[in-house]
Write a protein that binds this ligand. Structure first.
Ligand SMILES: C[C@H](O)CC(=O)SCCNC(=O)CCNC(=O)[C@H](O)C(C)(C)COP(=O)(O)OP(=O)(O)OC[C@H]1O[C@@H](n2cnc3c(N)ncnc32)[C@H](O)[C@@H]1OP(=O)(O)O
Length: 689
């Protein structure tokens, strides 16, 4: 690791400017060129986790932040630009004042990494913004703007430019040093902290919330305990407890898994042969979206929120108005949830233009087709846009199943065709699967990778195949649930066990939410591509024949009523019985008996198995891409590190043995892949290629 450059320069006014430079993001440093500090160097955390030796962690909490900065002889002022995150914001909160540029971003995201702040953040944040706000910021790991920071009480002054930052910070330092402004010691402040009984009540409400999070996430509750220690016994005692807990948590199972997920996510934007070459990406400023249904309107929402100009095309004015309305609803719901300012919503909406023809397509940089999954329709659209769009324009399809070569078969622009598979709702779900065919140019992939960054999506670059990486890998999860139901396992028990494992909802509720007809269309595609391992299950058709369409008509495995939590509909059990009779896969005609753990394994081991095939076929660049895909595409619990990390924590040998056993008992669906067998026999982790 290169040494961190520290410089100190004393100006004529007697104010010393300390700069510590540690590119690219100033990990636990004061002030580099464009980022204040993004917190403790995460590579150090990784080193501690690999070695089990916590002595690699800096002893900064008391000695540096309390003794030197907060209680030192001279007052200090934090001049913040870029990011002040984690330990970076904690250093700033130890200063007597904080000045930030208007574009600076602040936050304590440690809980996202399975940790709690370790430099006094659990103590100083409540003292600056009040207990409730501090808990909200900590629990959500949310990053806020400097304007919000000022409103909440973290930031003392916001300046409009980089040039003003040092000038204004210097003035603040002089004013404090010469007594014109008070020198504050955040840790000693009590004005924002409510009396103990009121604070305890706030903390108790949060504890009840935390109980709802998976058991494998201890740090949420521990964080509340540490905040409480500071309220009951004082800030200094709180800092000491925080330091102790931080060091324990670094080595916890969930922190290791979450850090793996963090590094896996970082890796996805690095594509050998593309991002390491000297190709320069082009700007994507104006995008046409074709089709304004659920996906298209979600995509348009995501784009305008990222300041991209959007032309939304529908086939007639009726449909167009509906699409524009959906986008408006999407934006309003973000405002209502406090995730978007009214002003920004208006600006976003002004970037949208609805059309019913191709006239406006002459100067777009990219087209994203998001119409129904009909091959002929998509082919004619691509043929049409090739005639109208400029030669640099990228032709993207949001298809989740159809072969991109088939979609682009009637064009000459094979090199410009790419898959941009977003997940619904597209303005909320963070994953973007970028599908490259053998003809897609490197430049187009590079452009779409940059585009992903602009629209704040996590990209994974995958090869063209049925279901691509995410749907293909997770299709067996839904099929596994159907098999279990037909083997005699209660559908509601399956959902309960799976949510206890950490999935947000169980597979049967997922059937209800995603819609039965979409699932049936996938079964058709998968049966054609992988006939040997696709289970033809009568259950979904039976549900539809009984007038159930899931959430759409309020009746599925669950009953859906506006504003109410979905309730299991026990009358569905008769339909499940009928399916069991038709499928006839119960050994000896009797329901099988399984432990809860086996339910988890029978659903997720087939996923691991398919993931192995996806890796072997080179559909993904690295096995850890499937961890990212599982967390962000399927909501696999991040504290388990993703599907492959979780599989490795169990071991390929055990997974192989279980699949082999089930394949003999229940059929080919469970047949272990060659890749898994090899890894199991050689004892090599699945993440190791
Ligand atoms: C004691 C304390 O309480 C404990 C802590 O502080 S724990 C650390 C808390 N801080 C964080 O979690 C911040 C993590 N970083 C981020 O969220 C994002 O990187 C960011 C929002 C700061 C910047 O995003 P962006 O501008 O898109 O740049 P991004 O590509 O992510 O990062 C640039 C490089 O900096 C690295 N980096 C970012 N944060 C880092 C950190 N805290 N330590 C070491 N490296 C870091 C990234 O890995 C990346 O390296 P790479 O190019 O080799 O992959």
């Amino acid at each position: 690791m290169a040494p961190i450059l520290v410089s100190m320069e004393i100006g004529k006014d007697g104010i010393a400017i300390i700069r510590i430079c540690n590119p690219p993001v100033n990990a636990l440093t004061f002030s580099g060129d464009d980022k204040f500090c993004v917190g403790l160097d995460i590579n150090i955390i990784q080193k501690v986790q690999k070695t089990g030796d916590t002595s690699f962690l800096p002893d900064a909490s008391v000695e540096l932040v309390i003794d030197t900065i907060e209680n030192g002889k001279k007052p200090s002022v934090a001049a913040i630009q870029g990011f002040a995150l984690g330990g970076g914001l904690e250093l700033a909160m130890g200063c007597s004042a904080r000045i930030a540029t208007s574009r600076a971003e602040l936050g304590l995201p440690e809980l996202k990494l399975g940790l709690i702040p370790g430099c006094g953040g659990t103590q100083r944040l409540p003292r600056l913004v009040g207990t409730s706000k501090a808990i909200e910021m900590l629990m959500s790991s949310k990053i806020i703007t400097s304007e919000e920071g000022k409103e909440f009480g973290i930031i003392d002054d916001v300046v409009s430019s980089h040039e003003d930052l040092l000038t204004v910070s210097r003035l603040w330092a002089l004013d404090i040093a010469e007594g014109r402004k008070p020198r504050t010691h955040t840790l000693q402040r009590t004005d924002k902290i409510k009396p103990i009984h009121e604070s305890s009540a706030i903390l108790e409400v949060q504890r009840q919330q935390v109980l709802k999070t998976p058991r494998s996430m201890p740090h949420y509750k521990v964080c509340l305990d540490v905040i409480e220690e500071g309220i009951v016994s004082g800030g200094y005692a709180g800092v000491l407890k925080e330091d102790k807990v931080f060091r324990e948590l670094v080595l916890s199972k969930s922190a290791k898994a979450l850090l793996h997920a963090y590094f896996a996510e970082r890796a996805t934007s690095k594509v050998p042969g593309i991002t390491d070459c000297k190709i320069k990406h082009r700007k994507i400023e104006k995008v046409a979206v074709i089709g304004g249904g659920l996906m298209g309107s979600g995509i348009a929402t995501a784009l305008i929120l990222s300041s991209i100009q959007v032309i939304l095309k529908e086939i007639n004015f009726d449909y167009l108005l509906k699409s524009l309305k959906s986008i408006e609803v999407n934006l309003h719901s973000l405002v209502k949830r406090g995730e978007l300012l009214e002003k920004k919503m208006k600006k976003a909406f002004s970037l949208l233009k609805g059309v019913v023809d191709y006239e406006e397509f002459t100067n777009v940089d990219m087209v994203i087709e998001a119409v129904n999954e009909e091959v002929l329709l998509k082919q004619s659209i691509f043929e049409e846009i090739e005639k109208i769009c400029p030669p640099h324009c990228i032709f993207a399809s949001n298809t989740s199943t159809i072969d991109l070569n088939v979609i682009g078969a009637r064009t000459k622009s094979q090199d410009r065709i790419v898959g941009t598979h977003l997940f619904s709702p597209a303005h909320v779900m963070p994953l973007l699967e970028i599908v490259q065919t053998e003809n897609t140019s490197k430049l187009v992939i590079l452009d779409v990778l940059k585009f992903a960054k602009i629209i704040q999506k996590i990209p994974i670059v995958v090869k063209n195949c049925t279901g691509f990486a995410v749907n293909r890998t997770f299709f067996p999860y839904m099929q596994g649930a159907e098999i279990l139901a037909n083997l005699g396992v209660d559908v509601f028990r399956v959902d309960r066990v799976i949510t206890e494992f950490g999935m947000r909802i169980g597979p049967f509720q997922l059937f209800d939410l995603s819609g039965y007809s979409i699932f049936l269309a996938s079964v058709k595609e998968f049966a054609a591509a992988f006939p040997d391992r696709t289970f033809q299950c009568p259950l979904v058709q039976l549900m539809m024949a009984n007038g159930r369409t899931g959430k759409k008509n309020g009746r599925g495995y669950y009953l859906y009523k506006k504003g109410k939590i979905p309730e299991p509909d026990l009358s569905v059990l008769k339909i499940v019985e009928e399916s069991r009779r038709l499928a006839s896969i119960m050994p000896g005609g009797e329901p099988i008996s399984v432990m809860d753990q086996e339910i988890v394994e029978m659903l997720f081991f087939p996923v691991v198995n398919e993931a192995c095939r996806v890796i072997e076929e080179g559909v993904v660049l690295r096995a850890s891409d499937l961890d990212v895909a599982s967390i962000h595409g399927m909501k696999f619990p991040s504290e388990r590190g993703g599907i492959m990390y979780w599989a490795d924590s169990i071991g390929a040998e055990y997974i192989y043995a279980r699949l082999k056993y089930w394949s003999k008992a229940y059929g080919n669906f469970f047949q272990p892949s060659q890749f898994l067998q090899e890894k199991a026999t050689k004892g090599i982790p699945l993440l190791e290629l």
